[in-house]
Ligand binder design. Structure first.
Ligand code: ZN
Length: 256
């Protein structure tokens, strides 16, 4: 680590749980972030700030004026730019010492395995169930950890998935299909555009995702694997419920 890095990461390294060794670990780590929107923006900014050495950004969309109410990696000046390019500009300004790789594409069954395979950990900041199930299945295949977040109106939720692997207490870890075996009817699930989203709620959940990614990379504290965090913005309440492996799961159940 050079002098600049010692200063940049000093407040990380002064933490006994991180130290110089932990910072070196972060600098040698990589994370793939799916979606450069309300969740992906704070995730990418905080991971870049913390010195995660290589970040992959996946999004096929361009910056639109309606995004700026919550997607804080983008700016008015960058309207119309690909979101991954706009976010890369923000991250380079924040921390030029890390590598940012832009993937201006949608995650598809054709490209998902190669993208996930190229990074240590995956963050789901997407807004649709197709992507969530696809990421779950690829992470199950590859034994990758997936930090998942979701938003609706004033509320959000977060969990860490270790599909096909084990929790810290040795029990089988649930996968996304253990928790939600079948996708809901698309007509019953409103997206941001129809339902609205209280912008700062995206910051709450995205920032929590960044904390959980850093914890997973450092092997620090208690993982959110096997637990689902529910945040209700209007009530200002956080609740955590336990999640268990489902032996009948279509993806990771008994006999799979
Ligand atoms: Zn499962």
């Amino acid at each position: 680590m050079n002098d600049e890095q010692f200063h940049r990461y000093a407040r990380n390294m002064i933490l006994d749980e991180v130290g110089e060794e932990g910072q070196e670990k972060l600098l040698a780590s990589s994370a793939l972030i799916i979606g450069m929107g309300g969740l992906g923006s704070p995730v990418a900014l905080y991971l870049a700030a913390a010195g995660v050495g290589r970040l992959g950004l996946v999004d096929d969309d361009v910056v639109d004026l309606t995004n700026l109410q919550r997607q804080i990696a983008h700016t008015t000046e960058r309207l119309g730019q690909p979101k991954v390019a706009s976010a890369a500009t923000a991250l380079a300004a924040l921390n030029p010492g890390i590598t940012v790789e832009t993937h201006p594409t949608r995650l598809t069954p054709e490209n998902a395995a190669a993208l996930v395979g190229a990074y240590d950990i995956v963050v789901d900041g997407s807004d649709n169930f197709d992507t969530r199930y696809l990421l779950n299945d690829i992470c199950l295949e590859q034994g990758k950890t997936l930090v998942s977040g979701a938003l609706l109106r004033f509320d959000g939720q977060l969990t860490t998935l270790r599909p096909g692997r084990h929790l810290d207490d040795g029990r089988r870890a649930p996968c996304y299909r253990c928790i939600f075996p079948t996708p809901p009817d698309p007509d019953t699930v409103p997206r941001c555009a129809q339902a609205g989203i209280f912008g700062a709620v995206a910051g709450v959940i995205g920032t929590l995702q960044a904390v959980e990614v850093l914890k997973e990379l450092l092997g620090l504290g208690e993982s959110m694997a096997g637990r689902l965090l529910l945040y209700e913005g209007k009530e200002a309440s956080f609740n955590t419920i336990k999640l268990g492996w489902n032996p009948a799961c279509p993806a990771c159940g008994e006999g799979k």
